[in-house]
Design a protein around this ligand. Structure first.
Ligand code: PGA
Length: 247
């Protein structure tokens, strides 16, 4: 199973649902549709309406983040995994570099993972090195650290997806070269094997993925899908990624 996950970030108002309607129509007619799953993470403000609208459709709706406590608390503007689950969302991103930059530590991220899993949300756990770490050849150790600080054998891998997103690639149009990406992906898979044993979660790639470069990523069979930012806000661009992947 491959994953095409659209991360809308700070984008979207109620009428933006028309973007998803078009993508849904494409999927329902696509002969490859059984091979992949499409997930979109709109902002919190649209989570309930979109989750309800797409309840029995081809697109799964998820949240972009969640708070590090369960159920209710007195943290202004915070939204817990419980609240996300109760409006019908199926999953949440956790640990996106935007949120790490705003203060999400490994410890906070781990709490988020624990409570999201407790509430039966699927998790897309994001990891990735920054430009400086890449330059200093620390990529593999940074990724290993990010994985081992948060993930534990007891977590259910059925509900987990790991997204490798090099920070220098997000929104820049720059993508890793193929040899490097293969080495990095294999390293992530090996680290996951050491944590979980046989049944490891899927590993997807994110960072400037578009309809033009998706064929390059396709050559790396170990990549189980994509986390797509910019290109997920336009139905044609998003559909082109899926089409070109299966071309
Ligand atoms: P991008 O964003 O596709 O615009 O690079 C990816 C992400 O941040 O998830």
């Amino acid at each position: 199973m491959k994953y095409f996950i659209g991360n809308w970030k700070m984008f979207g108002v109620p009428r933006s649902i028309s973007i998803l309607n078009k993508i849904n129509l494409f999927i329902s007619k696509d002969r490859n549709r059984k091979k992949y799953r499409v997930i979109v993470t709109p902002p919190y403000t649209l989570l309930e309406t979109f989750s309800k609208k797409f309840k029995n459709k081809k697109i799964f709706i998820g949240s972009q983040n969640c708070y590090q406590k369960d159920h209710y608390s007195s943290n202004t503007a915070a939204i817990s995994p419980y609240m996300i689950k109760k409006v019908g969302a199926k999953l949440t991103l956790i640990g996106h570099s935007d949120n790490r930059a705003e203060g999400d530590t490994d410890e906070i991220i781990k709490n988020k993972v624990i409570f999201a899993l407790k509430n039966n949300l699927k998790i897309v756990f994001c990891i990735g090195e920054n430009k400086k770490q890449k330059k200093n050849k620390q990529t593999l150790s940074v990724l290993k650290n990010q994985l081992t600080k948060v993930l534990e054998k007891k977590f259910k891998t059925n509900n987990l997806i790991v997204a490798y997103e090099p920070i220098w690639s997000i929104g820049t149009g720059k993508i890793p070269n193929q040899d490097e990406l293969l080495i990095t992906t294999l390293h992530i898979k090996k680290t996951l094997k050491n944590i979980f044993g046989k049944k490891t979660p899927p590993v997807i790639y994110g960072g400037s993925v578009d309809g033009g470069n998706v064929q390059k990523f396709k050559k790396i069979k170990e990549i189980d899908g994509f986390l797509i930012g910019g290109a997920s806000k336009d139905s044609k661009k998003f559909i082109d990624i899926i089409k070109n992947y299966y071309r």
